[in-house]
Design a protein around this ligand. Structure first.
Ligand code: G16
Ligand code: MG
Length: 219
């Protein structure tokens, strides 16, 4: 029973949500309304365009298409200032060890992220070359919770969806994995991610026999 793994990026491999927050908050300040960390939760795993729409809803602000495009560009430029300062020390606990384990077991893995900056971020933390493939916000036409991003991931792994294990921190991502007929592993709060097939607070909690026994028994 050959299996493969698909990793989400933000919230699983690195925490870029804190940089998205700073850049979105700056835009909200500019537009004259409050944008909190609680609001920021709503943007996790959501595409850039959709994030702006949610932000504008929060501030009850209406903008022309032209203005929206302008702010999408300036937000991303601001966000990238933080990304360029990232290094391998920002890899989340357990992530590098998990990739080592998969290498040892001969299990292949790809990235399945909503971010259009995913290749750059992986390069910043020196993980780019380790992934068999990258499916990101540039490769999909439908954002999570649509399963497209993970189904393309399965193609890259050359595996049936049922043989793919998805690590996700966002509700939309868990839903996308479930809709793709994959095994979903929620990383983070169990109550929030209750739809996932398995759940861990972080990647250090994954038991040694997870791939060799737990997952293989499920498929
Ligand atoms: C990430 C973040 C989202 C962000 C999205 C798009 O998704 O969680 O908050 O809006 O990427 O990012 P960008 O503006 O870089 O294209 P993921 O799927 O890696 O968790
Ligand atoms: Mg995520």
């Amino acid at each position: 029973n050959k299996i493969g793994v698909i990793f989400d990026l933000d919230g699983v491999i690195v925490d870029t949500a804190k940089y998205h927050f700073l850049a979105w908050k700056d835009l909200a300040d500019h537009l004259g309304f409050e944008f909190t960390e609680t609001h920021n939760e709503l943007l996790k795993g959501v595409s850039r365009v959709r994030s702006l729409e949610i932000l504008l809803d929060i501030g009850k602000v209406e903008l022309s298409e032209e203005k929206k495009q302008e702010f999408l560009i300036s937000k991303n430029e601001h966000y990238l200032q933080y990304i360029y300062k990232m290094g391998p020390e920002e890899i989340l606990p357990g992530a590098a060890e998990l990739l080592d384990t998969l290498d040892t077991l001969g299990i292949q893995y790809v990235l399945g992220s909503a971010s259009k900056n995913a290749p750059l971020i992986l390069k910043q933390v020196n993980l780019f070359d380790r992934f068999l493939g990258i499916v990101d916000g540039n490769s999909v036409s439908k954002a999570k919770p649509d399963p497209e991003v993970f189904l393309i991931g399965a193609e890259k792994l050359n595996l049936q969806p049922e043989h793919c294990v998805v690590f996700e921190d966002a509700i939309a991502g868990v839903e996308a994995a479930n809709r793709a007929n994959m095994i979903s592993v929620g990383v983070g709060d169990k109550k929030t991610l209750h739809e996932s097939n398995f759940n861990f607070n972080n990647l250090t909690e994954i038991p040694d026999n997870f791939f060799t026994e737990v997952i293989s028994e499920k498929i």
